[in-house]
Design a protein around this ligand. Structure first.
Ligand code: NIG
Ligand code: FE
Length: 418
């Protein structure tokens, strides 16, 4: 058995206790000064102060890791990404800088549909190669679990290819990958006006294969004006749930369509984006325990107003923050950017942002029983920062402070500061 003992962490952020954390609970990150953690193989065995745990540990049996001067946190959970795709859309970014909107680019054939052909043309190996590089970049930011969606094929072969690429990467790469089927990501021209038929095609001919091969745990849909309406989304989500999928929704991003209420109605695990979520939607997410997943880097890249994160927390919602890494609206997986935007533009405290990126992110992928906190019995996924306090996270703005990443008890990344 591999035994490791972390001691003298200036600040040990545990995020312990009940999960997810709603409203005011998000401000409590279970901080321990001069913290220590005992790890056996891939599991956390005990957590406390160095003084307490020194009494229990026979140092000779352990590999001792000195975390003095460092902050130790749970590994970050990036609970919403589209990191498997072919091609790039850098031109769209420059068009938006000149005043085009995301939806107008989509209406004239760009946007999500423009990623479909390059993704159909890429082999599974090519998708994996690009995906592996992106996972390496995530790991450097301290991400130990990521959610990844299909949705750039919108035909059976390509959707399965994207999911298989992620399944294989999950087995080969230290970062854990939670897979989501997002066949209804947009409406291709040949399906315009026949959205129900397209959804039936996904439900009857694609999703049974996804289940058979255990390729995805979640099903998702882009519910938006001009994409899938509430009625069709509800039809799809209800049937997906009957098939055994857990649910996520791209909801109320550009237009207040009622996606948050739909998420509550169908018992979705999370509703994501929510820039335009209504008061009623916020209330219903809170009441039904739907995680409100906010993607501030997308709002930043699209120059949209941020989701009302402060209000959601004040109203008692469980908020998660994720990157939304994708080739169009948001080609970044920068955790420091998310922290800066969460604190500065969504008026969240450092503690709330940490909760949103750890235990509430874990809840958004339905893994809060295994990851997202540093507690006995949990997977030993953690991050050491170069600095002694969590307050350096927004303060050293936009800078990656991650020095060491431990995944399943093993050191999988370490940075020497030159
Ligand atoms: O979450 N809003 C819909 N889907 C993605 C964008 C994907 C793309 O532009 O390629 C999102 O932002
Ligand atoms: Fe998305």
């Amino acid at each position: 058995m591999k035994k490791r003992y972390i001691r003298h962490a200036s600040e040990l952020v545990t995020c312990r206790g009940k999960a997810p954390k709603f409203g005011k609970e998000m401000a409590d990150i279970g901080l321990i000064k001069d913290g220590a953690v005992i790890i056996h193989d891939d599991k956390i065995i005990e957590v406390g102060t160095t003084e307490e745990l020194d009494k229990k540990v026979n140092m000779e049996e352990y590999e001792v890791l000195d975390a003095s001067g460092k902050t130790v946190l749970p590994g970050f959970v990036d609970s919403h990404t589209h990191f498997i795709f072919g091609g790039y859309r850098a031109d769209e970014f420059s068009w938006r800088l000149k005043g085009d909107s995301y939806m107008s680019i989509m209406e004239r054939g760009g946007g999500i549909n423009a990623t479909v052909n390059p993704t159909r043309e890429a082999s599974k190996e090519e998708l994996k190669e690009a995906g592996r590089e992106r996972l390496n970049r995530m790991l450097e930011f301290g991400v130990t679990t990521v959610e990844g969606k299909s949705g750039y094929g919108m035909d059976c072969d390509t959707e399965l290819k994207q999911l298989r690429a992620m399944k294989e990467l999950d087995e080969e790469h230290p970062v854990d990958i939670v897979r989501t089927f997002l066949g209804p990501h947009s409406v291709l021209p040949q399906w315009k006006g026949r959205e129900r038929e397209f959804l039936d095609e996904m439900l009857c001919n694609v999703m049974p294969k996804v289940r058979e091969e255990n390729l995805a745990e979640f099903a998702d849909i882009f519910t938006e004006q001009g994409v899938f309406n509430i009625e069709d989304s509800e039809y799809y989500l209800t049937r997906a749930k009957e098939m055994g999928f857990k649910l996520k929704i791209h909801a109320d991003e550009m237009y207040p369509l009622g996606g948050a209420q739909l998420a509550a109605r169908v018992g979705a695990v999370s509703a994501d984006h929510l820039l335009k979520a209504s008061d009623e939607g916020i209330q219903q997410m809170k009441e039904q325990g739907v995680i409100s997943t906010l993607l501030p880097a997308t709002a930043f890249c699209l120059k949209e107003e941020y989701a009302p994160g402060r209000k959601m927390i004040d109203e008692g919602c469980a908020v998660a923050i994720a990157s939304d890494l994708n080739p169009g609206s948001c080609f970044t997986n920068s955790i420091p950017l998310l922290i800066a935007l969460g604190c500065i533009y969504m008026n969240m405290s450092v503690e709330e942002v940490i909760t949103a990126l750890t235990i509430n992110g874990a809840a958004a992928v339905d893994r809060a029983d295994r990851i997202g906190s540093i507690e006995p019995g949990k997977q030993a996924d953690m991050v050491f920062l170069k600095y002694p306090s969590v307050y350096y996270l927004p303060y050293h703005t936009g800078i990656n402070l991650v020095e060491t990443v431990i995944k399943n008890g093993e050191t999988v990344y370490h940075k020497e500061w030159l």
